[in-house]
Design a protein around this ligand. Structure first.
Ligand code: ATP
Length: 685
């Protein structure tokens, strides 16, 4: 066997005699390694420094990695980046391999190839230069293989040339100089080294550092530059559709490309990608579904999970699946991207994966709290229902159940704490309702900005469609803001078609001010480049469970400090900005650092049904592997209940034939009528 002869020859090396590199032979051998299933090829031969350089060059041209160990006596070609030191190859440990280890299949193919190359060489002994590509094998299977191989090589070269030429274009050059100013750029080399050296890397990046737009792009550029473009496939997940699309568009334009060339996106029922696409932004849900069909993510070389700190249900499910997948895919690189909070938690979960911190960059964003806004705008809070004269603040607040922030505000002595503020402001603070958003106050704040502040779009964070549509009506009826020639008012809600969602990124026509009324979907990852003012109502709708009444509810709740920070961060991304917080500073100070993970907020029965509908296996064992597992006894009880009501059978499988109809009905019933699965199932029956 020729493969064995390579091994024998390699094993025969005594480390003193310097062998000559037969470039032709090694080109083919390394080409076969690249095409086969073997991950690496270990060669014990001394080719001297020049020989090593030639081999390193061959490996690089094949898009593989090369390293020399034991003072150049042990050479390794690999499909994955190689560390500087390998204990398994260290002669002093007596554990190094004496032979090149190849699978039978690779050995057979290498043998075939070498014998063919040898006979080719003999036949053309008089021809001094044989093109390496011409010398590829010619049996029908081998032709197919080599065509794929040649095609891939060709594509890698094409991608590299295209990248180089696009970089030279004037628009790309100005983008490049902008990119170089982002903090992520300074961390580029360190980041790429860390990705190469570690299977899992946790990035803790502050707002605006460039983690979303730059880090996946660095990997893409590096892979293409090193002629690994054809083989690289980078996926970057985003928690929401709008960020998947807008970030893909931004990265594409930074590269001077049309969306869908090397950078694309995929969301449910919509995608923009091509055979050239090497960096794909998709929602976490899309990736979860892909994983169900393709558990090993074959073909994916790098996976970046963005905004992991948000701890949505899909992100938490995803990392459980990925931790199981990593040992099966040692060549897969996983980068978890988080805001600064919680990076250690993720690192620990992935066996103390290294953490890299990238400082943020935003233009200065001034922050005004309710008291400052009231003082500035002279707005008087005096709602009919909550008139403080007839109903004291303490009395009203005492009736607010389960709201620790309301309790904190209840304890504030307004006249003492806000002694420096005007009497009108203090009276308004007395009248301010912790529970209900005063939409007239939002309207008043928008009007104040439009009358007194400079140019720039306004982004308003509200809790849901109900508030958005009521505010839209108010704005229509407002003397100033209702002028549609001067103000472009755009709603932004998760249920809107993406084509409408995308309008928020368009610049308003000259002399018009854009006002975006959004839910928390605009909170992270997106840049609306003309936003200068952010108005934050401080709340977002979240699923919670009323255990006493057994009701699942989607209610406005106070956001966390992390969310508040992200909201503020939507201003100041390309110019200085102002953030108007429509709640007192004491409430902001008392907000939790970050939100409770969705899997700990979601009613367990709903969680179990979601796990089943996503086909993620046995519920209890799946949830036990999560970052912060729910109480096992409660999980067991939830499964029992689902079996009792007939939603799951004895084998814990979803029952009815049309599982989805059933499941979505349950969800809809829960959402619309605040019913738990048992009541919903009863109605369905
Ligand atoms: N569409 C865009 N138009 C103009 N500038 C943009 C756009 N997208 C990104 N940028 C610029 O690139 C910077 C980095 O954006 P990126 O989305 O990568 O930040 P990030 O670190 O992920 O922050 P965050 O977590 O707050 O979203 C922004 O602050 C902004 O200056």
């Amino acid at each position: 066997m020729v493969g064995s002869s390579v091994a024998r020859r390699a094993a025969a090396a005594d480390g003193r005699r310097v062998e000559k590199v037969d470039e032709h032979e090694w080109w083919n051998t390394i080409g076969q390694l690249r095409e086969g299933s073997q991950q690496e090829l270990v060669v014990k031969k001394n080719f001297g420094r020049d020989g090593q350089n030639t081999l390193a060059d061959i490996a690089q041209r094949h898009g593989l990695y090369f390293n020399a160990y034991n003072k150049g006596k042990t050479l390794v070609f690999s499909k994955v980046p190689l560390p500087d030191y390998r204990a398994d190859l260290d002669e002093r440990h007596g554990s190094s391999q004496n032979e090149i280890k190849m699978s039978n299949e690779t050995e057979r193919r290498v043998e075939n190839l070498l014998s063919r190359a040898q006979s080719n060489n003999n036949a053309s002994a008089s021809t001094s230069t044989v093109s390496m590509r011409q010398s590829l094998p010619s049996t029908s299977t081998s032709i197919a293989e080599s065509t794929t191989y040649v095609d891939k090589q060709k594509l890698s070269f094409q991608l590299r040339d295209m990248q180089r030429s696009k970089k030279m274009m004037p628009s790309a050059r100005s983008m490049q100089s902008f990119r170089e100013k982002l903090p992520a750029f300074k961390a580029r080399e360190e980041f790429l080294k860390a990705v190469a050296a570690n299977q899992v890397l946790v990035i803790s990046g502050e707002t605006g550092c460039g983690k979303t737009t730059q880090l996946p792009q660095f990997i893409l550029e590096e892979e293409i530059d090193n002629l690994r473009g054809a083989d690289c496939s980078i996926i970057c997940t985003q928690p929401r559709r709008i960020s998947a699309i807008s970030v893909a568009a931004r990265v594409g334009s930074e590269r001077g490309e049309e969306l869908g060339e090397t950078v694309g996106y995929q969301i449910r029922l919509e995608s923009k990608r091509s055979t050239q696409t090497r960096l794909l932004f998709c929602t976490t849900g899309v990736l979860l579904r892909k994983l169900v069909q393709e558990p090993d993510l074959v073909g994916v070389s790098h996976l970046l999970v963005d905004e992991i700190h948000e701890r949505g249900m899909s992100e938490d499910f995803l990392i459980i699946i990925l931790r199981d997948l990593l040992p099966r895919r040692p060549d897969l690189r996983l980068v978890l991207m988080s805001a600064t909070i919680n990076a250690e938690l993720f690192s620990k979960y992935f066996g103390d994966a290294p953490i890299m911190h990238i400082p943020g960059f935003t233009f200065p964003v001034a922050e005004l709290f309710l008291e400052d806004i009231l003082e500035k705008t002279q707005y008087k809070i005096k709602s009919e229902r909550d008139n403080f004269q007839g109903n004291s603040r303490k009395k009203r607040l005492a009736s607010v159940k389960n709201d620790p922030l309301a309790d904190i505000f209840e304890d504030v002595d307004i006249s003492k704490e806000y002694g420096n503020y005007s009497i009108t402001t203090r009276q308004s603070l007395e009248a301010w309702s912790v529970t209900e958003l005063d939409l007239s106050l939002v309207e008043g704040t928008i009007e104040y900005i439009c009358r007194h502040e400079g140019e720039g779009a306004i982004l308003v964070f509200l809790t849901g469609w109900d508030e958005i549509s009521k505010l839209l009506d108010k704005i229509k009826g407002n003397n100033l803001l209702g002028n549609s020639n001067k103000f472009l008012v755009l709603p932004l809600h998760g249920s809107m078609p993406t084509v409408n969602q995308r309008e928020i990124f368009d610049r308003a026509p000259a002399n018009m001010r854009k006002i975006v009324l959004a839910t928390n979907i605009a909170e992270s990852s997106i840049t609306i480049d003309d936003v200068v003012y952010v108005i934050d109502c401080g709340k977002a709708k979240e699923t919670s469970y009323d255990a006493l009444n057994k009701l699942a509810c989607l209610l406005p709740s106070w956001i966390s400090k992390a969310s508040a920070h992200q909201r503020r961060g939507r201003a100041g991304r390309v110019q200085p900005g102002v953030c108007y917080r429509l709640y007192p500073e004491v409430i902001h100070a008392a907000m939790p650092q970050f939100q409770l993970p969705e899997i700990l907020r979601t009613p367990l029965q709903e969680l179990c049904l979601t796990i089943k509908s996503l086909q993620l296996g046995a519920v209890a064992s799946f949830l036990a592997k999560s970052l912060q597992p729910p109480d096992p006894l409660s999980v067991k009880n939830a499964i029992e209940l689902l079996k009792t009501i007939g939603a799951l059978d004895d084998l814990e499988e979803l029952t009815y034939l049309d599982i989805y109809v059933h499941y979505h009905w349950i969800q809809t019933l829960e959402r619309c009528c605040s019913l738990d699965p048992s009541s919903s199932a009863w109605i369905l029956h």
